[in-house]
Design a protein. Structure first.
Length: 717
């Protein structure tokens, strides 16, 4: 397969063509790509010039998508072309049926939601406060002249305070959502309108209205975040402006054709609109004398909201990753995808038809936040400090055993997994019927929901915690009852106990907690579990138990050993300190009566033969466990001290990761580090999570983070 990249000319001072070319070279490493040609024309080429540059390409990257490119003539001249990628979020309307008939996949690149939202917010700040005007005026006066004294601390243009205003966001995709999240921090009421109502709980801070007219009539500020389609063209016309509040403000960083420019110019001239901030126009670049540009109270820039160094580099990385998904036959960010273009690609069914087939709980379920349920893959050559994996891997003893056993895997494994069950039981002084083996503790969590949760059952836990638990509750029609953590980021046992009702089926405790890394004293957890009524199942997740080095800390497995008479299940995993994450094996410890019921939901042969062998050998190598625990304690303290030295707020860590607040937007921090080839977690907007790595990885992370924090603005409190 031949891939042709057309690099857009550099239009910024902090990036070179060589840097872009280096990122595009990653295409050459993808299986199935035989040739990569990277072109950098002096100016963005016309459709005809693109046709010549594309030559006999199978895949074409870096072009704007629209009818001037995707048409019958162009496709007839490029019969081999099967994939086109634009480096933009949006595109101009084109004949999608023609593309499908050609067998063409057309993709966009959703790389700059935060970047473009920031620029929209910057335009809003400019039209509200006229900072550029005030800056220019300050430089005019000779402040040593007493005659000018009265000109200082003087506003010559009225400013508008955002606090208490209503901001209407039209289009609640990734950019619209990011913009809404920014303005929400300024004490405004956020309204939203989208073609499809958003059900994800992360949109709960937005009041979603039923119509565009309703949003226009209620909003002091309207910001557009829509694609240009036949349905959205001139969505703001003279009639729409008439419905807006007198003195409203318009922001548009989406597409110029969304706005009828003559009507906007008239609204600005008459004062119907107070101001407008635009980064896009119908005709780009505009002709000299364009009437809109003569309108008063207009701030306009030349389609540069996307143009930051970080966003351009990120766009290339995402475009390469998207193509990799396509080549593997996986879902990609596609505008058009016929479905039979790459090996193993399956046609996607009509979504409305699929929804009628879904279980009610799945249909109503909020979007999952678990990494395992996202349509993403980890880029190669990255330092992975985002998934709490063991930086030192599995022991040499386990590796030797696996190499020696490769030929034995042609036969099915023991379904009952007796050997590893017996081994785990011996470790804890129990019998094999106290143990359930699963493909990681997350698989056992899924079994918990299937076996114990009825529709409407309440499940209590503190938030944030391991996202497999909220998923399990919703998958099975349960009701999530989330209790905030304490001020020091620990499970609030008193608040959890107070929340228990007759409807409570299960209470979950994750200790140490993920993502915060904090750990409660075992005696407090035991007292809490003993206080629960008989109808409540206590689930204690101890995935990171082996990393805890607090003297006297013990496992709640002790209660099972003592024959505790109430419902209790304790979860463990081999993914963490044993370094077997990729083999997927974990276990539950409980009374045999509970284990027997869980077995009813156990997938047939759910744990591979090689995984059970690795776990059996790993349990015998406790010296390696001690070695990893000791190294982790040293490096965890190093990261803790380093983060605090950088001014971060850090939760007290007890596992192999740290939960920290840099004072910057967490997604921006993780994104900037990803640009430096270091991956960390982003549990929420405030906090990041970093896995304890090797000494070299930890040093590189702290150095990179210091550079990132110097470059990023502090988050508004």
């Amino acid at each position: 397969m031949k891939a042709v990249v057309i690099q857009e000319p550099i239009a910024q001072p902090d990036l070179t063509p060589q840097e872009l070319t280096a990122r595009w070279q990653a295409l050459a490493a993808l299986p199935g790509v035989d040739e990569v040609t990277i072109l950098t024309p002096p100016a963005y080429p016309s459709a005809a010039e693109i046709g010549a540059l594309a030559a006999d390409a199978d895949a074409l990257f870096g072009v704007w998508i629209g009818p001037d490119l995707i048409n019958a003539d162009f496709l007839a001249r490029h019969p081999r072309l099967r994939y086109i990628a634009t480096l933009g979020h949006g595109w101009e309307p084109f004949d999608t049926g023609l593309a499908r008939a050609h067998g063409l996949t057309v993709t966009n690149t959703v790389y700059g939601a935060q970047t473009i939202a920031e620029y929209a917010f910057a335009l809003l700040m400019e039209v509200c406060h006229h900072i550029s005007v005030q800056n220019a005026r300050l430089r005019v006066f000779d402040w040593a002249d007493p005659a000018n004294a009265g000109e200082f601390c003087k506003a010559v243009v009225p400013q508008l305070e955002l606090y208490g205003k209503t901001v209407g966001v039209v289009g609640l995709g990734e950019i619209g959502f990011a913009f809404a999240r920014m303005v929400a921090g300024f004490g405004v009421r956020v309204l939203g309108f989208s073609a499809h109502r958003k059900q994800d709980p992360r949109y709960d801070f937005i009041t979603q209205v039923e119509s565009l007219d309703e949003l226009l009539s209620l909003s002091d500020i309207v910001s557009l975040h829509l694609p240009h389609t036949p349905e959205t063209e001139h969505i703001l016309n003279a009639a729409a402006f008439a419905k807006m509040k007198d003195g409203a403000i318009l922001i548009n960083t989406a597409r110029g054709a969304l706005v009828e420019e003559a009507a906007l110019a008239a609204a600005l001239r008459t004062g119907k609109l107070r101001a407008a901030g635009l980064d896009v126009l119908t005709e780009e670049p505009p002709r000299h004398g364009t009437p809109l540009l003569q309108a008063p109270n207009l701030t306009v820039t030349g389609h540069i909201a996307w143009l930051t160094r970080a966003s351009r580099l990120r766009a290339i990385e995402m475009a390469v990753d998207n193509f990799a998904h396509y080549l593997r036959g996986e879902a990609c960010s596609a505008i058009v995808q016929p479905g039979d273009l790459a090996p193993n690609t399956k046609k996607r069914g009509n979504m409305m038809q699929v929804e009628t087939l879904l279980r009610r709980s799945i249909r109503e379920k909020p979007a999952s936040k678990r990494s395992a349920r996202q349509k993403t893959s980890t880029p190669r050559d990255m330092v992975r400090m985002n998934l709490n994996e063991n930086a030192y891997g599995m022991s040499d003893t386990v590796q030797q055993a696996l190499r020696a056993s490769v030929a034995d895997n042609s036969m099915y494994q023991d379904f009952y997994a007796y050997d590893i069950r017996k081994k785990v039981a011996d470790l804890h002084g129990l019998t094999a019927d106290h143990i359930l083996i699963g493909a990681g503790s997350s698989a056992v969590i899924d079994m918990l929901g299937e076996v114990f949760i009825n529709y409407g059952d309440e499940v209590l836990y503190c938030s944030p915690t391991y996202e497999a638990f909220p998923d399990m509750v919703s998958d099975n029609g349960g009701v999530r009852v989330e209790v905030p953590l304490t001020a020091d980021y620990r499970f609030d046992l008193a608040a959890l106990r107070a929340a228990v009702t007759d409807k409570t089926k299960m209470v979950i405790l994750v200790n140490p907690n993920n993502p915060t890394g904090t750990c409660l004293p075992a005696a407090e957890v035991e007292a809490f579990v003993r206080s629960l009524p008989d109808h409540v199942l206590a689930v204690v997740d101890e995935a990171y138990f082996e990393y805890v080095d607090t003297p006297g800390h013990y496992s709640l497995i002790r209660l099972v050993q003592q024959g505790y008479g109430k419902p209790l299940i304790v979860l463990r995993t081999f993914s963490k300190i044993y370094g077997l994450a990729g083999l997927r094996i974990g276990y539950a410890v409980a009374d045999p009566a509970l284990i027997d019921q869980l077995m009813k939901a156990c997938q047939a042969w759910n744990v591979s033969r090689i995984a059970t062998l690795a776990a059996t050998v790993a349990l015998d190598d406790q010296a390696y466990v001690e070695k990893v625990r000791a190294a982790n304690t040293i490096e965890r303290q190093r990261l803790y001290s380093g983060l605090r030295a950088l001014g971060c707020t850090v939760a007290e860590p007890a596992a192999n990761f740290l939960y920290f607040d840099t004072g910057r937007d967490a997604a921006a921090v993780s994104g900037a580090l990803a640009g430096r080839r270091i991956l960390i977690g982003t549990p929420n907007a405030r906090f990041n999570r970093v896995t304890v790595g090797t000494p070299a990885e930890n040093a590189a992370f702290l150095q990179a983070l210091a550079e990132v924090l110097d470059a990023l603005p502090k988050r508004a409190t």
